[in-house]
Design a protein around this ligand. Structure first.
Ligand code: IPD
Length: 255
């Protein structure tokens, strides 16, 4: 898959090479930029040329994927609001789903130069070096990344309660603005856990495999295995922290 990582690096020049005004809005704070479309079109063309039998499922296009064959799942820019604001924390997220699971995932942040990737059964890496989901701190000292579901304002009160309970239980809270990178930061042991109440397949398919291959425990907010073909609530965590964070989620969900 080295050629796919090289294509992602090439695609990212469309993110870093030019000014990037929002071209349209899908909702409040929910943008599509020229760069989203340019990254998507470049990768769609390049992947279809090299893998003509594979399907393509991407955030910025209408698509009904046929998952009975291998399918690329792409978020051309995860963390688009960061991108529009010049925040420097956004990434291309690309996964390959085949035979009932994600077999390959890569998340590339051209602003930091970090390429995270994983192959099923082959481990997880950041710029070629192995990573482990070992935060090195128990929950009372841990950093926890909480995604705020920015496009679902009707769930803001739930985010508020989670923030309160997690802040009381953990060392501190983080909110980076890219779910794909949040998975990778947990995979690299930078955070003890990441969670968000609703993500789409393109937001999390690649990060999920990277976290799992790094040894993280993952699941939805009932603790069930995630199906990266479907939108879902997600939790990924250092194995020593997972159950405690899940218990906090479940306490709040019952209120
Ligand atoms: C969003 C980001 C954000 C998360 C949202 C996602 P987008 O993806 O990952 O961190 O909170 O739920 O939709 O819209 O920037 O591709």
């Amino acid at each position: 898959m080295d050629q796919v990582l090289a294509l992602m690096r090439e695609a990212a020049s469309r993110m870093t090479g030019a000014a990037c005004p929002a071209v349209s809005r899908k909702g409040r704070g929910n943008f599509v930029t020229q760069a989203d479309l340019a990254v998507q079109e470049f990768l769609r063309g390049a992947l279809q040329e090299r893998f003509p039998d594979y399907g393509f499922f991407s955030e910025e296009q209408e698509n009904q994927a046929d998952f009975s064959r291998p399918v690329w799942i792409l978020d051309p820019i995860d963390g688009t609001a960061n991108f529009v604001a010049g925040y420097g924390h956004s990434a291309i997220s690309l996964a390959l789903y085949q035979e009932g699971a994600v077999s390959f995932g890569a998340v590339y942040n051209p602003f930091s130069g970090e390429m995270f990737h994983a192959g099923r059964g082959k481990g997880a890496f950041c710029n070629g070096a192995p990573i482990r989901a070992e935060h090195g701190a128990a929950l009372p000292d841990a950093l926890i990344e909480l995604g705020t579901m920015p496009y679902y304002k009707d769930r803001a009160a739930e985010v508020g309660r989670l923030t309160e309970e997690l802040l009381l239980a953990a060392g501190d809270i983080r909110r980076g603005g890219s779910a794909a990178l949040a998975f990778c930061y947990t995979a690299a042991g930078r955070t003890g856990a990441m969670l968000e109440g609703l993500l789409q397949p393109w937001d999390y398919a690649a990060g999920l495999l990277i976290a799992e291959e790094a040894g993280a425990e993952t699941g939805d907010w009932a603790g069930r295995p995630l199906d990266p073909r479907k939108q879902s609530a997600v939790l990924a965590a250092d194995k020593r922290i997972f159950a405690e964070v899940l218990a906090i989620i479940q306490k709040i969900r019952k209120e």
